[in-house]
Design a protein around this ligand. Structure first.
Ligand code: ADP
Length: 512
């Protein structure tokens, strides 16, 4: 029996999914590693720990393949994008992996944003100016660690490092390249002028290949150790966000993928690249033939976690001692509060914000607070605020000709809760679909791999089979009407507040 393996190298863990081509899961793994956030703004990982997570996952999967006498039809890779490692002339790491979460390049990004060529950079690359881009990270590295920067022969992200270590392949897929801020999407190459701003040469970056590129053969010593079948084709794959759209079967311009995990994003696939005149959406490649346009949001489920930890600290301890899911317990309390939290609004920018505002220094606020508002109402406002902010991103999509989004497919931790699924349908005033399998990026890697290897005639049919039974939540007309009213107020207040809280952020910095 043919099986396909998808591996997703994520920010806090590497996940693997071994599936039959009809969607049946045969085996899976989830190996985590620590995100090192010791100094403010730092978010690093040890590349060796990630390599270990991938190889031990592969080893476990191969045991199943051999025990059950399966035929591994292919392996395809997904990974988080916008990560950076400096390497020496033998491709040995000189730094930890700087993940997309790392914000130390914020001043470099802010400087670029204020420069005369800010708009030109977005137009050429489709990457909004933000500390996560490799352009900003390289400028930061050069200024803060000049010795290492000078010593570095190569620079790459985590997927390129892993592919080099496992297969000896030194290449970056167009999908990961397109999120670096260094890739010119029109000329489909590393942009020489932008590389000069970053202070590096083209020869320091991996050559760019299509996401559908296939190759084979693991490094012989490792292949022998893992018992890896050397004839197995390997597919380069793409970045996790692009693949998540494939994995939840959001394949056309009418169906947007909404993922709400720790962070959140709305993404739409498109046959053509498309830019937002105000630079609020990214436009990255999935492959040479397909693009993904998206609004990434910092303040997703992490805001619900904040409400749980800070507003319900004691209850959380009690719930967890009793073995209950503390998120479910809190959501039960939140459900008892009427829609609109009795007129309390929360602007959820606890962690600065990417889309729609692209301001790393913006901060959160409650507005409309009265003497009678309780912790439960504050928690409800926090959850509604996460979704109002995402609706603001959705409105940007709705105003563009490249997209006519009519429905959303939801994935991520938020999708576990039927209450939240309905709340999203009500606030967006739009049907929300939830597939049975929410390990979207792994599934997307499998689907892209099947397409690349000719294992599917119909990608949509395969995506439907792999993502499983879909449950649809229709908006409740009365709730949708009242949320529409509140959203108008939310937007007016947001327009008024603008970026005013950034002065307060500068003041906060004096204390930490
Ligand atoms: P990651 O992005 O790290 O993969 P997940 O997709 O697992 O994260 O989502 C984590 C978030 O999901 C949490 O921060 C929380 O807000 C939310 N969450 C966790 N458990 C539940 C639950 N039972 N119901 C609803 N939301 C949940």
């Amino acid at each position: 029996m043919n099986v396909m393996l998808g591996i997703d190298i994520g920010t806090t863990s590497t996940k693997g999914l071994l599936c039959r081509t009809n969607g049946q899961i045969v085996a899976q793994f989830n190996h985590s590693y620590p995100l090192q956030q010791t100094v403010a703004g730092t978010a690093e990982e040890n590349p060796q720990a990630i390599l270990m997570a991938v190889t031990s996952g592969l080893q476990a999967i191969l045991r199943t393949v051999h025990q059950q006498q399966l035929t591994l039809a292919g392996l395809s890779f997904s990974s988080a994008n916008q990560s950076l490692i400096a390497l020496d002339n033998l491709h040995r790491p000189l730094t930890n992996l700087l993940t997309w979460v790392d914000t130390r390049a914020a001043p470099a990004a802010a400087k670029l944003k204020k420069s005369d060529f800010a708009d030109e950079l977005y137009q050429r690359t489709g990457t909004p100016l933000h500390p996560m881009s490799l352009l900003a990270k390289l400028i930061w590295l050069k200024a803060s660690q000049p010795k290492i920067f000078k010593q570095a022969t190569y620079f790459c992200g985590i997927k390129e490092y892993i592919l080099w270590k496992l297969f000896g392949k030194w290449q970056m897929d167009i999908s990961i390249a397109s999120g670096t801020g260094l890739f010119n999407w029109q000329q489909q190459n590393w942009d020489p002028e932008i590389l000069a701003i970053a202070g590096i040469q083209e020869s320091q970056l991996p050559p760019i290949v299509d996401s559908y590129t296939t190759f084979s053969k693991m490094r012989p010593d490792l292949a022998a150790k893992l018992n890896w079948p050397q004839a197995t084709p390997i597919v380069q794959g793409a970045f996790d966000g692009a693949l998540a759209n494939l994995g939840v079967n959001a394949l056309d311009s009418k169906t947007a993928a909404l993922s709400i995990g720790t962070s959140a994003a709305i993404r739409l696939l498109s046959k053509q690249p498309a830019l937002d005149p105000q630079g609020r959406l990214f436009c990255y490649a999935v492959s040479q033939q397909q693009w993904v346009i998206g609004g990434p949001v910092n303040n997703g489920g992490i805001v619900l976690r904040w409400a749980l930890e800070k507003l319900f600290t004691n209850e959380k301890i009690i719930w967890e001692k009793a073995g209950a899911d503390s998120y479910e317990q809190l959501l039960q309390i939140i459900q008892t509060i009427p829609a609109g939290a009795n007129g309390l609004l929360f602007f959820p920018f606890l962690n600065g914000e990417r889309a729609p505002l692209w301001d790393a220094d913006i901060r959160a606020s409650f507005i409309g607070l009265t003497q009678t508002h309780s912790r439960a109402e504050m928690a409800r406002a926090a959850v509604e605020g996460i979704i109002f902010n995402l609706r603001s991103v959705w409105e940007i999509f709705s105003n563009h000709t490249f997209s006519q989004p009519k429905q959303l497919v939801l994935s991520g931790g938020f999708a576990k809760s039927p209450f939240l699924r309905q709340l999203i349908a009500d606030i967006f005033n739009c049907p929300v679909q939830v597939p049975a399998q929410i390990e979207a990026s792994c599934l997307g890697a499998i689907l892209l791999g099947m397409d690349a290897l000719g294992l599917t005639d119909n990608l949509a049919q395969s995506a439907a089979a792999l993502s499983g039974t879909v449950t649809t939540y229709q908006p409740n007309p009365a709730a949708a009407k009242s949320y529409n009213e509140l959203f108008t107020i939310y937007q007016r207040l947001q327009d008024h507040l603008g970026h005013e809280t950034t002065a307060l952020t500068a003041w906060q910095r004096k204390f930490n």
